[in-house]
Design a protein around this ligand. Sequence first.
Ligand code: DP6
Length: 365
Amino acid sequence: MSSAINELTYRDKKLIFSDTVPSGKIGWQSPSNIALVKYWGKMPVQVPRNPSLSFTLSKSNTKTRIEYTSASGRDMKVDFYLNDQPNPEFGLKTKAFFESISDIFPFIRQLDFKIYSENTFPHSAGIASSASGMSALALTLCDLERTHFGNLTEDADFYRKASYVARLGSGSACRSVYGGLVDWGKSKVLANSSDLYGIPVGDQVNEVFLTYQDTVLLVNAEQKKVSSRAGHSLMNNNPFAPERFQQAQRHIGELLEAMKAGDLETFIKITESEALTLHAMMMTSQPYYLLMKANTLQIIERIFAFRDETNIPVSFTLDAGPNVHLLYPFSEKEKVMQWIKSELREFLSPLGFIDDEVGKGPVKL
Ligand code: DP6
């Protein structure tokens, strides 16, 4: 690694084109992820108040292609197209993000950008696209560096920097650059863990979790009334926050133990507790707010009853929204699908559900 790089900031003044400024196209597809232990609460700059753990998904992806040419003027130019339609709002957001990371990639200021992005999940599904979108963008920028400066040739360096940069765009995005189970945030039980980037930990768990299913039940596709960004900042004054941050630390250790052992009972207890604690934090913030809908609770009640009756280890987790992620082993898929179609359909929005599962991580396009 070059001596001009400060390892903690990745600032590198040498990443400037000295002769001809190149043009080209680079693209990456990157998945969304679902947290099992939740990141909720942060410090500047995007440093989490507690470690989190997530499954990277397989089918919910963002594909991002960047076309870059030599800058035509002094002001940075970022034209953004979402599903082939110009999207000036995303263009402005991406420009602001690029400016904020231009000490990491100084060459950004020498280029004009056309960014083409599409999500493989319905835009209106109420599924957060920031994790897949920001990780795809970060991977593409690191690939631009690798292509033109010959750096980051080792995969470990490449993905670590991509994770670091993705984190600056959206915290949870730093977990999407790896497949399987991923930790982000310093934890006593994981020697290499860091608050600044994610690390893959999937090789430590029982094989049942390598093909774990996540069927996302779409309860309500409305835009959230309170953004995650605002929700994180409300943790600063939540009286229960200090205990919550400690609980997350404990949960990381306990959940990893259970996942190593293939202990589904403990897996269910911890992940469901995490989901409900996340929403309890919203309900105990000032101002307080609720993101669950009546049908979210209907579904949760049905899950408890179905598990009692059948002993099938199906459980739920929740994002910062009303949709329910149904988690279960692949071996139970047929029975769970039948049950969703016969008993849960009435609680779903017209978009129905997204049938996803643990995935292998991003791919270059
Ligand atoms: C509830 O990563 O979307 O999904 O860092 O402000 O972009 P920002 O927040 P974001 O928060 C995700 C919160 C969560 C839990 C999680 O994914 O760990």
